[in-house]
Design a protein around this ligand. Structure first.
Ligand code: ADP
Length: 260
């Protein structure tokens, strides 16, 4: 776009309008570039598993009918890559939803109950020890489904990138509740932390291929936390572990759910 040059430094009304116009156009352009980058990354990320699927399917056609071992290996890889593609698509659709216009559905939530049910899911599905510490019963008003989704992303990462127990600690502060999710895993180097929330960013692509990561989880978590007015902090040390802390306000504004 053509920047309105006269806007620079002018004091009259026209210059003011010019500055507003320039600001809006700049924001649009930044958004457009981001979108373009997203589409380009997304195509690349989807193409990789598809290429693997194609080559294993060809191998299966060529040698799978006479060699059972080859058939098993090929089918295993095809299933893995299909799951990965599905994860990618589900998460990309999640990010593509226009979050700004998505309305919140506010209800009263017992944080301790919510954490207990999320932790027990984790224990059952992955046979992992999850310790819960802190305040026994805490109520907030927020969007339960979105909050659950946010907690799940962070807990699931703690599970993926560590092998030991996961420790969740809640505490009550003046107008917020803090939830700290601590793992004793591999940790994250300090200089990587600012990029963690970028779409498709993964600290170690090879390593994460094994854990089935997409690099979109924390980008979704960031959007959810903004929507829920939750402050998210990360503390980490390589080789020691990582702690994600959520500062959740007691009350956020939104549509109140009909109470039965
Ligand atoms: P992914 O699908 O790869 O897990 P995320 O967006 O959820 O994507 O996370 C981005 C990257 O941040 C991960 O690939 C991983 O390298 C790093 N990460 C996130 N959580 C943790 C954690 N608890 N411990 C160590 N590294 C983590």
């Amino acid at each position: 776009y053509e920047k309105i040059e006269k806007a620079d430094g002018g004091k009259d009304e026209l210059a003011e309008i010019g500055r507003t116009f320039n600001g809006m156009m700049e924001a649009l352009e930044t958004n457009y570039r981001k979108q373009e980058q997203f589409v380009s990354n997304a195509s690349h990320e989807l193409k990789t598993p598809l290429t693997v699927i194609e080559s294993y399917a060809k191998l299966l056609l060529r040698r799978g009918f006479t060699n059972e071992k080859v058939a098993k290996e090929a089918l295993g890889a095809i299933v893995n890559e299909s799951v990965r593609m599905n994860d990618l698509i589900v998460q990309m659709l999640e990010l593509a939803k226009n979050k700004e216009h998505a309305s919140l559905s506010i209800s009263e939530i017992d944080i301790s109950l919510l954490l207990e049910s999320t932790a027990s899911q984790m224990r059952q599905a992955y046979n992992r020890t999850v310790e819960l510490h802190g305040v026994a019963s805490l109520f907030i008003q927020s969007d339960e489904q979105k909050l659950k989704q946010l907690l799940f992303i962070i807990l699931d990462n703690a599970r993926k990138y560590s092998e030991d127990k996961i420790i969740i600690t809640t505490a009550q502060q003046e107008k917020t509740i803090s939830i700290a999710i601590q793992d004793l895993g591999e940790g994250i180097a300090e200089d990587q932390i600012p990029q963690l929330f970028d779409r498709f960013y993964r600290v170690n692509k090879d390593r994460n291929r094994k854990t089935g990561g997409t690099g979109l989880g924390l980008a979704i978590a960031k959007e959810l936390s903004e929507k829920l007015q939750i402050q998210m902090n990360v503390q980490s040390e390589l080789g020691t572990g990582t702690c994600f802390t959520l500062l959740i306000p007691f009350i956020i504004e939104g549509n109140k759910e009909e109470r039965k």
